[in-house]
Ligand binder design. Structure first.
Ligand code: PLP
Length: 393
């Protein structure tokens, strides 16, 4: 029998974050590994709130193990609509679609958005799921650069430069992965203006909206007026439950311009039956329970962020802007070493895993996740310092 070959379109489906993890597993057979590559809080000293585990457990024991409605469990959708409204994200429960993590929501939204030859805009550095699905669905993902010199702020004029007559939408990741940046209110308002002028839909990936370390975070749907906005969120990060794969998206459509598009996305939801049922029973207690876990989570993250920010900037050859949210930093390699070589050699020589910037479409950088405890972070930073000293010419 002949070999079974994958379709050509699979050539461009890459995901550096997981690729480096495969390499780390190999190196880990002979070397101690300090993992600063994965954005999974549950691999470190963070755990899902007990009440949420209880809610899922109870849901299973009470028999909620059926295929749920394709759009999701009513109780969860109602709680999301109520929570969103409090934040100015205009919607009803009928505008909420539950998904298998935000990742599934992203894939559905891109699949339904554009034809071959059309495009949508996304940030650079990007979060690689957007580029992976744009390649899969043969839709161009045009990138607008974020401003590293201004704490990775979004510059609306850079968005405008990337718009063509084939552009269908704009993705905003706020708070941002991999930069940890949070966008200013006025900037969000300007993006709304631009989207309105060019008839574009806005996709607001706000999965880190409760993990703000400094300042304030604003939801763009609050300012969107008649511009249609799809807002992504979920339990993965804010509620420390990434493995539950419980995400959702909300359609805010004050001028009713995206009904056709919304129907298509809900149709895709029906084609895959439903998302995981028992986990959806944790959504209401999560959103209505006051989120007592956040205080300690944010305090720990702030301390860890401060260590990384200070120590990276003390290393001759590296620099970084201060992350304001989430658990990501995106330092710059300021000497002549390719970012892939930097991350792979740092892993092989020192046992520290990070992700190369080119995995986020931005070479000369690497992503360093600051979820590890302070002692491990300091140990990893000692190793990074020694590595840079050895390699900087
Ligand atoms: N969007 C962003 C910006 C992310 O950082 C991640 C995960 O790291 C996701 C989406 C995926 O979220 P989920 O685990 O809900 O699929």
């Amino acid at each position: 029998m002949k070999k079974i070959m994958a379709a050509d379109r699979m050539k461009n489906i890459t995901y550096a974050i997981r690729d480096i993890a495969v390499m780390a597993k190999e190196v880990g057979k002979t070397k101690k590994i300090i993992a600063l590559n994965v954005g999974d809080p549950n691999k470190f000293d963070f755990d899902t709130p007990y009440e949420l585990k209880e809610a899922v457990n109870r849901a299973m024991l009470d028999g909620h193990n059926y295929y749920s409605d394709s759009a999701g469990v009513d109780e969860a959708r109602e709680a999301i609509a109520k929570h969103n409204k409090k934040m100015g994200i205009d919607c009803t429960e009928n505008d909420v679609l539950m998904t298998t993590g935000v990742s599934e929501g992203i894939s559905m939204c891109i699949a339904a958005l554009a034809n071959k030859g059309e495009n949508f805009l996304g940030p650079k550095p990007t979060y690689p799921v957007y580029t992976a699905y744009s390649n899969l669905f043969e839709v161009e993902n045009r990138l607008y650069p974020l401003d590293e010199e201004d704490e990775w702020e979004l510059k609306p004029e850079e968005i405008e430069k990337q718009i063509t007559d084939k552009t269908k939408g704009i993705v905003l990741i706020n708070p941002n992965n991999p930069t940890g940046g949070v966008y200013e209110k006025n900037v969000l308002k300007e993006v709304v203006e631009i989207a309105g002028q060019h008839n574009l839909i806005i996709f607001a990936d706000e999965i880190y909206d409760m993990l703000v370390l400094d300042g304030e975070m604003h939801h763009i749907a609050e300012f969107s007026k008649d511009v249609p906005v799809v807002t992504f969120n979920g339990l993965a990060k804010n509620f420390l439950a990434p493995g539950w794969r419980c995400g959702w998206m909300t359609f805010t459509d004050r001028a009713e311009t995206m009904q056709h598009y919304k129907d298509a996305v809900f149709q895709l939801g029906r084609a895959r039956l439903c998302t995981i049922t028992p986990q959806q029973f944790a959504v209401k207690p999560a959103l209505e329970g006051g989120q007592p876990h956040l205080k300690e989570t944010i305090e720990k993250l702030r301390r860890r962020r401060d260590i990384v920010y200070k120590r990276i900037n003390e290393i001759d050859g590296l620099s970084m802007a201060k992350p304001k949210a989430a658990f990501y930093s995106f330092p710059k390699i300021e000497f002549s070493m390719d970012d892939k070589e930097f991350c792979i050699n740092l892993l092989k020589e020192e046992g520290v895993t990070t992700v190369y910037g080119s995995g986020f479409n931005m070479p000369e950088h690497f992503r360093l996740v600051f979820l590890a405890d302070e002692e491990s972070l300091n140990e990893a930073l000692d190793k990074i310092e020694a590595f840079v000293k050895r390699n900087k010419k």
